[in-house]
Design a protein around this ligand. Structure first.
Ligand SMILES: Cc1cc2nc3c(=O)[nH]c(=O)nc-3n(C[C@H](O)[C@H](O)[C@H](O)COP(=O)(O)OP(=O)(O)OC[C@H]3O[C@@H](n4cnc5c(N)ncnc54)[C@H](O)[C@@H]3O)c2cc1C
Ligand code: SF4
Ligand code: SF4
Length: 499
């Protein structure tokens, strides 16, 4: 009777460190941790002690006897990870504790942003005796994409906010909401008051689809749609035309599946979740019955994770369908599941997965009326255009082809990767090759938009270790001012006063 990890796993690896028999993998020190879609329990080795259940912040682990019907696939998914023999030590890795040299001024750190990377960094810093951490968030609510990105019906994943609430309540942490660093307080002003500044500002820009017509009303990015239904204050006035029967989403990652599910699920399933009440009202009047999710490559290259597909498939009242010819060739667990899907649905509302189609242009004169695609065929690791065209009629086009970081004021920026150049979290000036004193990054702005909420934990730990090394080595200048004036200073600037 093994325990099983299910789809809400956000990969923070908290369970790994509690397991007495080291049967949850990959562990953060294993090479495949960074690319894993979730963590997996070895059913042969699990001794059913239950320790991992209470360690998990999102209730992702269940004894197999308590799996809901839609979660039964996770038995095979967990076991499948151990199908090939895996060498591993008897005991799980142990997290080394931070060693801090005593200095006259206790460690003081400013963190910009309050998303997962920021909160994990704060948690680690506050293990240092006497440490003070100031967290600066530009929005009136904290936790970044854990609140403004994760879909409202992913209740268990959103539970991670409870863990962040506990961190927020830790002694030594001050949270400054509605304060934008660069606008209401500068980098220099923070460095005068803190030993170091960690930027955890995420990657909030979209990768733009570059085809004619994409600027027409009726076309938008999935980022805007997600922010709108999650009540992001910058997107409260956005409108989306849901008066057409079909919507098209270009890109087939997890965000694309979230958007497709929100557009097709019965809105009453969303009532009582954290969805924006205004968005819920609009969805109640929606005419959308079908969302076509389109990928440029073949099904084995689907960007969504297997757990997300399993979750989508068990959405009540929504069929997930795929044309048989799109999933004919190839192999792998994702393809096995895709081949199980019907070609047509019976529920009335459906998500249709399509493959090997590249958008060529958006059709319409004053509003989106359709999208023209060119059919591709597989070509080695990539695809080759065939010259055969296909049109999908639609009134709503959402593009979901990835995120990228925005330049951060006062910091170097690498346009190619959309990240701040850094070595293990220390910001590095590419001109001199030297570390920028007292300046660090973590999360998506450090490594790019990859991984899950919990992936930011090991990322933040690496940054905090680099910062503490610099503090111990005397490379961080002691602050010359205290932080008492910050609420007044930032408050005045928020109200347009310059002093
Ligand atoms: C739509 C979407 C859905 C997702 N769903 C899931 C999911 O279900 N499960 C999962 O595990 N992962 C999910 N992820 C991934 C997860 O959200 C990210 O891994 C994680 O949020 C990245 O953390 P971060 O702290 O780097 O950035 P963010 O979460 O983006 O946080 C950055 C914060 O910095 C603030 N900020 C930016 N600039 C400034 C400034 N100048 N001053 C002050 N504050 C500033 C922003 O307002 C924001 O709050 C999802 C991602 C997206 C985009
Ligand atoms: S139930 Fe116990 S043995 Fe099984 S995975 Fe969880 S912690 Fe490990
Ligand atoms: S969310 Fe964290 S604790 Fe829960 S199963 Fe995933 S890695 Fe383990």
């Amino acid at each position: 009777m093994p325990h099983v990890v299910t789809q809400s796993c956000c990969s923070d690896a908290a369970c790994v460190f509690t397991c007495p028999v080291n049967c949850i993998h990959p562990t953060p020190d294993e090479p495949d941790f960074a690319t894993a879609e979730m963590l997996y329990i070895d059913p042969e080795a699990c001794v059913d002690c239950g320790a991992c259940v209470s360690a998990c912040p999102v209730d992702a682990i269940k004894p197999h006897t308590k799996l809901a019907e839609g979660e039964l696939d996770f038995l095979a998914i967990n076991a499948g990870f151990y199908a090939a023999p895996r060498e591993r030590p008897l005991l799980a890795p142990v997290l080394p504790t931070l060693r801090v040299r005593e200095r006259p001024q206790a460690l003081r750190v400013a963190i910009v942003g309050s998303g997962p990377a920021a909160m994990y960094a704060a948690d680690e810093l506050l293990t240092v005796p006497g440490a003070e951490v100031g967290v600066f968030e530009r929005l009136p609510v904290p936790y970044g994409l854990a609140r403004m990105g994760v879909a409202p019906d992913h209740r268990r994943t959103r539970q991670v906010s409870r863990q962040f609430d506990a961190i927020r309540a830790e002694e030594g942490l001050s949270l400054y909401l509605d304060v934008e660093v660069g606008t209401h307080v500068t980098h220099e002003e923070l460095l005068a008051r803190y030993h170091a500044v960690i930027y955890a500002v995420g990657a909030s820009a979209d990768r733009r689809l570059d085809v004619p017509g994409v600027e027409l009303p009726g076309a938008a990015s999935a980022t805007e749609f997600v922010a709108w239904y999650n009540g992001h204050p910058d997107f409260a006035d956005r409108t989306f035309d849901l008066s057409h029967r079909r919507a098209v989403v270009i890109g087939n990652g997890n965000v694309a599946l979230d958007v497709a599910r929100i557009l097709t699920v019965d809105p009453e399933v969303l009532a009582g979740t954290d969805i924006s009440p205004a968005a819920l009202e609009v969805l109640r009047g929606s005419a959308v019955e079908e969302v076509v999710v389109v990928g440029r490559r073949g099904p084995e290259r689907s960007a969504f994770t297997l757990p997300e597909l399993v979750g989508l498939r068990s959405t009540p009242g929504v069929d997930v369908v795929v044309p048989a010819e799109d999933v004919r060739s190839g192999s792998g667990a994702k393809l096995d599941l895709l081949r199980d899907l019907p070609a047509e649905g019976a529920c009335g509302r459906r998500v249709r997965l399509r493959y090997l189609l590249s958008p060529v242009r958006v059709l319409g004169s004053d509003h989106v009326e359709g999208v023209e695609f060119e059919r591709n065929e597989p070509d080695g690791d990539g695809v080759r255009p065939t010259g055969r065209m296909e049109t999908l009629e639609t009134g709503l086009l959402l593009t979901s082809i990835g995120y990228r970081g925005r330049p951060v004021r006062d910091l170097p920026f690498d346009e190619a990767s959309g990240t701040v150049p850094n070595e293990g979290g220390r910001v590095v000036d590419p001109g001199t090759g030297r570390a920028v004193p007292g300046t660090f990054v973590t999360g998506w702005i450090k490594r790019g938009p990859t991984g899950f909420i919990g992936t930011n934990k090991s990322c933040a730990l690496e940054t905090v270790r680099a910062l503490v090394d610099d503090y111990n080595a005397g490379r961080l200048a002691d602050p010359v001012r205290d932080t008492a004036d910050l609420p007044g200073l930032t408050g005045r600037r928020r109200h347009g006063l310059t002093a």
